[in-house]
Write a protein of this length. Sequence first.
Length: 91
Amino acid sequence: EAHRQLLAMFDSGIVPANMVTVHIRWGDKEKEMTLVGIEEYIEATKQIIGEGWDTKPQHIYIASEDDRAISDFSIQMPQNWEGLFILQVRQ
């Protein structure tokens, strides 16, 4: 399954070297706790990237069960970031 998803996201099967993966667990967690805002996810991603987060191209892989999380992240992320988004379905 992992190999299938890799080829679905990257035709060459090669993951960009500077890719950061972010999993936003909003879906059912709202019943248990106050959700962390998307701004905090973006700030944490900037810290992980470090210097150049705002100037160099960045590849950010976002996984979530909640389409609001994906939408919010894609709207608010810096313009030099390329978002790769997957909406997961809980089975």
